[in-house]
Design a protein around this ligand. Structure first.
Ligand SMILES: NC(=O)c1ccc[n+]([C@@H]2O[C@H](COP(=O)([O-])OP(=O)(O)OC[C@H]3O[C@@H](n4cnc5c(N)ncnc54)[C@H](O)[C@@H]3O)[C@@H](O)[C@H]2O)c1
Length: 326
């Protein structure tokens, strides 16, 4: 049985769907603070899924899961991930993302579970020194969110050396898209991600484009948009890698290609078939001009490669928009 923390959230739920489709038994542990019970109810139609509502900040909540389930491996998504909020309230981020992860790891050790896949982020690299960014790029996060993720990565290294706990850290770039059958999708409140925000814009509620004077081909920021089903597939490869005795390691998950905000905006207009109202705003602090992943290592070691392009991702996001009224 695989334990997925944060499986009621965006990326976690797509992994759960992929695992259920492979006939894996899954237990999701989620506080539902940011995730949704409706997502769990949909997922439960597709296989053997147990749901436990609990908080990683309470070690007994997570110990209870190991006590009554035979867990073979853990995939750990549960965390807070809003960069701006982490700057204003670092305590909230370190407490949840680091202390919560420590409780999980300590429960794993107590019950002899030694394999974990961890949701890390491109934010561990900080300001890019070169592009595309490979895994050897310096790790110098510029906000508490990135720091919290790098701290957990370091804890995972130490837990391997001391206790033999094996981990794969997956550093995602910009997750996007939805289930290709529109069963589940991106559902953040508030929504801070680019594509849903462009798609949701309408007359009187302009899409805000932050900065069109960057040193890029069209002046807007360039990011690497990685499809959420491709991310789910990478987690399955990572669990298989650990099951096959793979060593503790870390991988970028991205496409090796960047798209500018204006390019994303234009694909959204094409898919929606209408003009989307837009307002150019000043740059936001802390937004680097270009963030693109070098994904060679994941391709070579995990035998994973992204399958979906930006158009397919935005189309799936658009089709999901009206599925559950939100
Ligand atoms: N979305 C992205 O583009 C992106 C990029 C890089 C990394 N990540 C990382 O991927 C992971 C998943 O991101 P997401 O976009 O799916 O986020 P999300 O907010 O949709 O999902 C996170 C889930 O974790 C749960 N959770 C949070 N803290 C918890 C706790 N203490 N105990 C139990 N449950 C808790 C929430 O209720 C939510 O359901 C996060 O760790 C995030 O940092 C996301």
């Amino acid at each position: 049985m695989i334990l997925v923390t944060g499986g009621a959230g965006y990326i976690g739920s797509h992994l759960v769907m992929a695992l259920l489709e492979k006939k894996e038994d899954v237990v999701v542990f989620d506080s539902l603070e940011l995730g949704h019970i409706q997502t769990i109810e949909i997922l439960q139609k597709f296989g053997n899924l147990k749901f436990v509502q609990g908080n990683l900040k309470n070690i007994d909540d997570i110990r209870g899961v190991f006590l009554v389930n035979k867990i073979d491996a853990v995939v750990h998504f549960a965390a807070y991930s809003q960069v701006g909020e982490s700057v204003i309230n670092p305590q909230k981020y370190y407490y949840n993302n680091v202390y919560g992860a420590l409780n999980l790891l300590n429960a794993m050790l107590e019950f002899g579970v030694k394999k974990i896949v961890f949701s890390s982020t491109a934010a561990v690299y900080g300001e890019p020194c070169y592009t595309p960014i490979d895994e050897n790029h310096q790790k110098n996060p510029i906000n508490p969110y990135g720091n919290s993720k790098l701290m957990v990565e370091k804890i995972l290294d130490d837990y391997d050396k001391a206790y033999g706990l094996k981990s794969v850290r997956l550093r995602y770039f910009n997750a996007c898209g939805a289930d290709s059958k529109s069963r589940i999708g991106e559902w953040h409140e508030p929504e801070t991600h680019l594509i849903p925000n462009i798609l949701k814009a309408e007359e009187g509620k302009n899409f805000k484009m932050y900065g069109d004077d960057y040193d890029t081909k069209d002046g807007t920021c360039i990011r690497d948009y990685i499809n959420v089903e491709d991310l789910a597939a990478a987690h399955i490869k990572a669990v298989e890698y650990l099951n096959n005795g793979g060593k503790t390691d870390y991988f970028n998950l991205g496409t090796n290609e960047g798209n500018s905000v204006k390019e994303v905006f234009s694909v959204c207009e094409t898919i929606k078939g209408e003009k989307i109202p837009v307002e150019i705003c000043p740059r936001r602090a802390g937004d680097p001009a270009i963030l693109v992943a070098d994904n060679k290592k994941a391709k070579e070691v995990l035998n994973w490669a992204p399958q979906k392009d930006l158009y397919a991702s935005i189309k799936s996001a658009y089709e999901w928009e009206n599925v559950i009224p939100r």
